[in-house]
Design a protein around this ligand. Structure first.
Ligand SMILES: *Cc1c(COP(=O)(O)O)cnc(C)c1O
Length: 245
């Protein structure tokens, strides 16, 4: 890692943190309530350590093979926490059970049950976010909830899913995660993120025993909007690591 690159990483981390803090204050929130996850997918371990040295402790990956290689390569940073943010194939779940601190894209009960059993064998716990499809886009995975305000059936179905997951041993249900449509204009992004925040509030009212109010939403292009709408976890790649090749 050249000194100039390390300096660029540190500067970008500082810039993103400042923008998160400004967006939080603008919304009357405490910047300390927002966790920054640096999405390091496709980037070498040297870049991860440089961002770690800039103070970031949470790193996001989205492919199991790459994630496993990096988790096995960086063993001397016990406070570095891995967040798996991508779609997870059933047969690849063990890597997440073994190495992840948090899984953001839980989109099937089958995966939840399998992870719970694997974690039991390993004697580990795992924080999870349930992925929801708030936009209704066909290409997006996650439990359907785009019509939750008009269709109570969607709200109740999601509530059932959350209750089932919360009861599985070794899974610590933190809240909901979503991915906004990439090309959506700002007003649409605000509407979608706000809808998810309202949905989270509604679920907290209906199912207070769940205690799963965290919201994983916002990426490089929209994290400030997400923070204004209530995000507690933002997943930022490009704005920290630079463009992916
Ligand atoms: C890649 C990725 C991100 C980060 O994307 P950027 O636009 O580079 O910030 C966030 N979340 C998920 C699920 C991703 O796959």
């Amino acid at each position: 890692m050249k000194a100039a690159e390390a300096g660029a990483h540190a500067q970008r981390v500082r810039g993103v943190r400042e923008r998160i803090a400004a967006a939080a204050r603008h919304a009357g929130r405490d910047p300390a309530d927002i966790e920054l996850i640096a999405v390091s997918k496709t980037k070498p371990t040297g870049d991860i350590l440089s961002v770690y040295n800039a103070g970031v402790r949470a790193f996001g990956e989205n492919r199991t093979e790459e994630f496993e290689a990096k988790a096995l390569a960086i063993t001397d940073r016990p406070d570095l926490q891995w967040h798996f943010v991508g779609h997870l194939q059933t047969r690849q779940s063990l890597v997440v059970a073994q190495h992840a601190h948090c899984f953001h894209a839980l989109d099937r009960l089958k995966i939840a049950r399998r992870l719970s059993a694997q974690l039991d064998d390993l004697g580990r716990g795992l924080e999870v976010f349930v992925q929801v499809n708030i936009s209704g886009e066909m290409s997006k995975s996650g439990f359907a909830c785009a019509d939750w305000e008009r269709a109570p059936g969607q709200l109740h179905a999601l509530g059932d899913v959350l209750r089932t997951i919360a009861e599985l041993p070794h899974l610590d249900l933190r809240g909901l995660m979503t991915m906004a449509p990439l090309a959506a204009p700002e007003p649409r992004l605000r509407e979608l993120f706000s809808s998810l925040a309202r949905l989270s509030g509604r679920l907290a009212d209906d199912l207070p025993e769940l205690d799963a109010r965290a919201l994983s939403m916002g990426m490089s292009g929209d994290y400030e909007i997400a923070v204004e709408a209530g995000a507690t976890h933002v997943r930022v790649g490009t704005a920290i690591f630079g463009p992916r090749g």
